[in-house]
Design a protein around this ligand. Structure first.
Ligand SMILES: Cc1cc2nc3c(=O)[nH]c(=O)nc-3n(C[C@H](O)[C@H](O)[C@H](O)COP(=O)(O)OP(=O)(O)OC[C@H]3O[C@@H](n4cnc5c(N)ncnc54)[C@H](O)[C@@H]3O)c2cc1C
Length: 503
């Protein structure tokens, strides 16, 4: 179904004829099929490119008046960034891509939704500052990562989740009202999420954002940290075969392999107690092997060796302020590793990591994890204590071998990551699995795998998943989280009266 002509013309009046289209060749480029979903996405009925908050508000009001659905999008990295139902338009933020302010003194940046990491990160890094850039890659939207989706990143150990870094927010509610939060509403600027103005940070973002359900975020401020380690890097070669050097005595990467996740957890907590390291993470060995090879053929040649060499790699980046401090951190690190049974990997493997750290962690290389061409899905993307998440890591073996040993999913049973945050006060989890999407049964296997994972969590009362969904759809998990499916539904309804929380 295409958009009624009258509605199209109303939208056109708002954004101008150059910034709206319902042409098939334009829509076709914006319904990319994501590999984990075997069905072809239907097309949006039109795509609009607003240039300001006021235009977004006007578009939302028109949609509401005519019962048209809308979906906000920037890079379209996840399925919810596409039209999935009839009578839907895409609101693309590529024109709203301005960095509005970088405040070095109070350490925050104000951005529009279309600003990507590749725009903002070099700008703040030049100033000796840094921020929690999600590992989605340079093309991901800064605002979306920080205000609307998960935003987990690999430097959380020495900093925190993006949730903590969201400051003032400007957003358009489903009724078309422009809302400003925190210090912004009180006329005091962007610097603080709490003030005389309403602090809605927990509602706008919560743990993993609400992907636009309670409003379209049109501007936000994010907190900046002082950059740990060198501000400048030296690069060689052309991406994806480039190398990045941090020529600095105050930057070192060490990688250790473990045979027990409980020992990894003990190491994380001991390092956190001493506040040693800028980054500490138990990384996934399958993406790491994919990133360390330059083609699918090379991957298959090396995978067997890699999976034996580092099934449970613990990556540590030290970024102290002086050589003396580095030597002190190294001493503690090696003591902790010895006491917890870690084995240091050969220097060439550590060096590979060291030479690819563009955002203080590997970010721009990440897309090569998709190189095998199958499907993939991250599950269990919640947060809890380090110990609880290590127990969840252990519990994966209760169900995963039914799938890996039978070829239903890729045979990589240890392929999960745990990233401690705030020096181990809590941590995030992610179980990433891949499968062959040319197998006609693969979608069913994927669903069975997700169900087995959920059942194991429910059996152990384990909190590895982010509770999502409203009403009955969110009930199974919501019960584990204080009935949050009911509360989330009520909150959404208060922002969007057209939404039925009991449906
Ligand atoms: C290889 C790969 C690795 C990834 N790694 C990570 C990772 O490490 N950490 C992580 O957090 N995510 C990761 N992701 C998931 C996801 O792609 C990102 O969270 C997402 O990229 C965020 O930015 P975007 O520009 O891609 O947003 P989009 O994908 O365009 O949108 C994401 C969601 O936000 C909504 N949205 C868009 N704009 C707005 C707005 N202005 N207001 C309200 N809602 C809006 C969309 O409707 C959609 O639901 C990864 C994805 C891929 C493909």
């Amino acid at each position: 179904m295409s958009l009624p002509k009258a509605v199209y013309e109303e939208l056109e009046k708002v954004v101008g004829s150059r910034n709206i289209s319902d042409k098939e060749y334009v829509l076709a480029g914006n319904r990319a099929q994501t590999p984990e979903i075997p069905v072809r996405h239907r097309s949006a009925d039109a795509i609009v490119l607003p240039g300001s908050t006021e235009e977004v508000a006007e578009i939302v009001r028109i949609c509401r008046r005519h019962g048209v659905r809308y979906v906000g999008t920037v890079s379209g990295g996840i399925p919810t960034a596409y039209a999935t139902e009839e009578n839907t338009i895409l609101i693309h933020f590529k024109r709203m891509n301005r960095i509005l302010e970088i405040n070095e003194k109070d350490r925050y940046a104000v951005v529009e939704p279309g600003v990507r990491h590749v725009q903002l990160y070099p700008e703040v890094r030049k100033r000796g500052l840094s921020y929690t850039a999600a590992a989605v890659g340079p093309g991901g939207s800064v605002l979306v990562n920080i205000a609307c989706t998960g935003g987990d990143h690999h430097n959380q150990y020495g900093s925190s989740r993006p949730t903590r870094y969201l400051l003032g927010v400007e957003m358009v509610t489903p009724e078309g009202e422009i809302l400003r939060t925190g210090s912004l509403e009180a006329g005091a600027g962007w610097f603080c999420p709490e003030s005389a103005g309403p602090s809605l940070r927990g509602i706008v973002k919560g743990y993993s954002g609400n992907a636009g359900h309670i409003g379209i975020v049109t501007k936000c401020a994010i907190a900046l940290d002082r950059c740990k380690g060198p501000a400048a890097t030296r690069t060689e070669g052309v991406s994806p075969h480039s190398r990045i050097y941090m020529d600095d005595e105050c930057s070192r990467v060490y990688v250790f392999n473990y045979s027990s996740i409980q020992d990894v957890g003990r190491a994380m907590l001991a390092l956190g107690e001493s506040e040693v390291g800028a980054t500490v993470q138990k990384y996934f060995y399958l993406p790491l092997s994919l990133m360390m090879t330059s083609s699918a053929n090379e991957f298959w040649e090396k995978w067997d060796g890699f999976r034996k060499a580092f099934p449970m790699p613990l990556v540590v980046h030290l970024a102290p302020h002086s050589v003396r401090e580095r030597e002190y951190e190294e001493k503690i690190l090696f003591d902790v590793v010895r006491e917890t049974g870690g084995v240091r990997l050969p220097r060439e493997l550590e060096r590979w990591w060291e030479e690819h750290m563009d955002y203080f962690m590997i970010v721009s290389r990440l897309q090569s994890v998709l190189r095998l061409g199958g499907s993939w899905l991250p599950i269990k993307t919640g947060g809890e204590s380090v110990r609880h998440l290590c127990d969840i890591g252990d519990s994966i073996r209760e169900f995963i071998h039914d799938f890996t040993d039978t070829g239903k999913i890729f045979d990589a049973p240890q392929n999960y990551q745990i990233i401690p945050m705030e020096y181990g006060h809590f941590a995030s989890f992610e179980l990433l699995f891949m499968w062959d999407r040319t197998d006609p049964n693969s979608f069913r296997y994927m669903q069975e795998f997700c169900a087995a994972s959920r059942e194991t969590d429910l059996k152990h009362h384990a909190h590895s998943m982010t509770a999502g969904g409203y009403g009955r759809a969110g009930e199974a998990l919501g019960r584990l989280y204080c009935d949050c499916h009911l509360w989330a539904g009520r909150i959404r309804h208060s922002f969007d009266p057209d939404f039925d929380p009991d449906a």
